[in-house]
Design a binder for this molecule. Structure first.
Ligand code: C2E
Ligand code: MG
Ligand code: MG
Ligand code: MG
Length: 292
């Protein structure tokens, strides 16, 4: 899943009015409503775990839309049109606010676990973003280190400068940065040399093919090596089997996320799960549960 540069406004869709774009316009109108009502857009939360101890290394927030007529929608059903609309800023602030409310909750429970939020590359074109995030962190009283921003590799060359500046400002504030879907883009490596980041997330496609494809295994190994050499965390995405977990550990990967450990879960479930993972990790017993 790749963030794309867009026409910049809903008007870009008007010019090519086919069935799909008409539907997208309807969806965007409905999203405006959802953003105003506060009960339709919810975060699903998926922990990542340390492969040696089972301790939670972080929790990723994944947006879900409980649509009043269309039923449950996932991000792939609506993120693309949102990214190309003027609602992106409102949407991004909404997700960050919800995620920081969750993080504040954990802080009150004494749970020291960072929350990861996916940001559309296009939202990084807004130079006001760092100040807004700073304000939201203060409002929720969440230390910047507890927020990880997951970035998929970006847009067009002309926009690199502004995005790099926004990311550098965020990092100087103490917010952590992760490169999502690492290895799938054209310039994942260049990204890491341009921007100081804290974490690499190995894309699920490599984890899936690792067992049968020496090339995929080599990419995982190289990513793990790169992360270690640069002093970054590395998290494998989409781990579904015990075989994959073992193979990752053998390649030196230290953390992983996926259905094998936990499926994304509702906010009211996550606190107890984190508590028991932290407890179990104290005894160094790996909790062999399939999901939450
Ligand atoms: P991502 O950040 O790479 O997230 C991982 C996706 O893989 C999620 O799908 C997650 O539910 C799914 N997943 C996790 N473990 C497994 C597994 O073991 N097997 C399989 N098959 N899938 C697994 P989801 O929630 O549909 O999200 C898709 C993408 O949408 C995300 O990819 C992310 O790029 C984007 N996204 C999600 N939430 C947000 C958001 O709040 N804002 C923005 N801008 N993008 C978001
Ligand atoms: Mg992600
Ligand atoms: Mg990813
Ligand atoms: Mg992915």
């Amino acid at each position: 899943y790749q963030a794309k540069e867009g026409g910049g406004s809903v008007a870009a869709y008007d010019s090519s009015r086919d069935a799909a774009s008409t539907d997208q316009l309807a969806l965007l109108a409905e999203l405006r409503e959802a953003l105003a009502t506060d009960d339709q857009l919810v975060l699903a939360l998926q922990p990542a775990v340390d492969l040696a101890t089972g301790a939670p290394t972080g929790v990723e927030a994944l947006i879900r839309w409980r649509h009043p007529r269309r039923g449950w929608l996932g991000p792939t059903d609506f993120i693309r049109p949102v990214e190309n609309s003027e609602q992106l800023g409102t949407f991004t602030r909404y997700v960050l606010d919800k995620a920081l409310a969750v993080a504040a909750d954990w802080a009150r429970q004494g749970l020291d676990v960072p929350i990861s939020v996916n940001l559309s590359a296009r939202s990084l074109l807004d130079p006001r973003l760092p100040a807004e995030i700073g304000e939201a962190l203060r409002r929720h009283q969440v230390p910047p280190r507890r927020l990880v921003l997951e970035i998929t590799e970006t847009v067009v060359m002309s926009e690199l400068e502004i995005i790099d500046e926004v990311l550098a400002t965020l990092r100087s504030m103490g917010v952590q940065l992760a490169v999502d879907d690492f290895g799938t883009g054209f310039s994942s490596l260049a990204f890491v040399t341009r921007i100081a980041v804290d974490e690499l997330k190995v894309d699920r496609s490599f984890v899936i093919r690792m067992a049968d494809s020496p090339e995929a295994a080599a990419i995982v190994r190289a990513t793990v090596g790169l992360a270690h050499e640069l002093g970054l965390r590395v998290v494998a995405e989409g781990v579904e089997t015990a075989e994959q977990r073992l193979a990752l550990a053998e390649l030196g990967c230290t953390a992983a996320q996926g259905y094998h450990f936990f499926k994304p879960m509702p906010a009211d479930k996550i606190g107890a799960v984190l508590g028991s993972l932290l407890d179990a990790a104290q005894g160094n017993v790996f909790p062999l549960r399939a999901d939450g």
